[in-house]
Design a binder for this molecule. Structure first.
Ligand SMILES: Nc1ncnc2c1ncn2[C@@H]1O[C@H](COP(=O)(O)OP(=O)(O)O)[C@@H](O)[C@H]1O
Ligand SMILES: [Mg+2]
Length: 269
């Protein structure tokens, strides 16, 4: 069964009349992870935000976006707000921007959860605490009393994943969730996302320009270039039988990098 079905999605800038995404069609199977890869500016983030209807007002979209059989484009703003968080959750690239800088993260989390659930303060705290521990955030209570600027990028990404765990949404959209992190935090955040998929069977759209990471986490992949999907298929197929020159280029650069890295760490090739 498909959790999400997107057909003929077009996205354009109403200010300049410029097309950003051309006639895009894809789907996410229940419980699976779809990766979207492509160079910067190819339309990955705009596509994801269109699914949540979170693009700026001048960015318009047409086409069918069916989520659990319901057309997202036809929902009222209020109905859409109800779906965000609880059914569709986005983990963004920059944790610092995702949290309200003017309050401690605990208050932000309580407000976000409070908009969707009738839990008491202590219930909410208990759920957050458990979720934070499961993403290896130590001493959750003291962390909940910190401002975003008092936490590292990796901690904030894990906070976002913890929040997603509490929501247990049907679909998580992770837009380059590790790009802003150092290598060790990147590894840890990916491990947490993998666990989340394993334990809860959450469906996911995972955006990255790192094909190595994508290979670890995704079942299927879409390759985007200049607002178009130029290649798609199961992850292994794209690695072994890429048809498009651009995908072949992505795969070969990835190989060269990993070759270089293995040499650096002295591993046998
Ligand atoms: N807020 C915006 N206003 C106008 N154009 C935008 C906006 N955000 C994105 N775009 C346009 O959409 C294109 C794709 O952007 P984006 O989806 O962010 O790329 P990616 O995530 O693949 O790096 C950009 O090249 C830009 O032209
Ligand atoms: Mg982006």
């Amino acid at each position: 069964m498909n959790l999400l079905e997107v057909e003929n999605l077009c996205i354009w800038d109403a200010g300049t009349n410029e097309t950003i995404v051309h006639n895009s069609s894809f789907h996410v199977k229940q419980g699976s992870c779809l990766a979207i890869v492509g160079e910067s500016g190819s339309g990955k983030s705009v596509t994801c935000r269109s699914l949540m209807r979170l693009n700026k007002a001048w960015i318009r979209q047409s086409g069918d976006i069916r989520f659990k059989g319901e057309d997202v484009n036809l929902l009222s703003a209020k109905e859409m707000r109800k779906k965000r968080g609880k059914e569709l959750c986005m983990i963004m690239q920059n944790g610092m921007r995702a949290f309200d800088p003017s309050c401690v993260v605990g208050v932000h989390c309580k407000e976000t959860l409070g908009a969707h659930f009738d839990w008491s303060k202590s219930e909410m705290e208990a759920k957050m605490k458990r979720a934070m521990e499961s993403v290896m955030l130590k001493d959750p209570i003291s962390l909940l009393n910190k401002y975003p600027h008092q936490m590292s990028g990796g901690m904030l990404q894990r906070m976002m994943i913890a929040l997603a765990l509490v929501f247990t949404p049907d679909l998580i959209i992770a837009d380059e969730p590790t790009t802003a992190l150092d290598t060790i935090s990147q590894y840890e955040v990916i491990e947490q996302l993998l666990l989340l998929r394993e334990n809860m069977g959450t469906s996911m759209i995972f955006i990255s320009h790192d094909l190595g990471v994508v290979r670890k986490i995704a079942d299927d992949v879409l390759v985007m270039k200049d607002g178009e999907i130029i290649e798609r298929g199961p992850i292994n197929m794209v690695f072994t039988e890429a048809q498009h020159e651009y995908t072949q280029y992505l795969v070969s650069t990835r190989r060269a990098l990993s070759h270089h890295f293995k040499k650096l760490i002295g591993e046998e090739l």
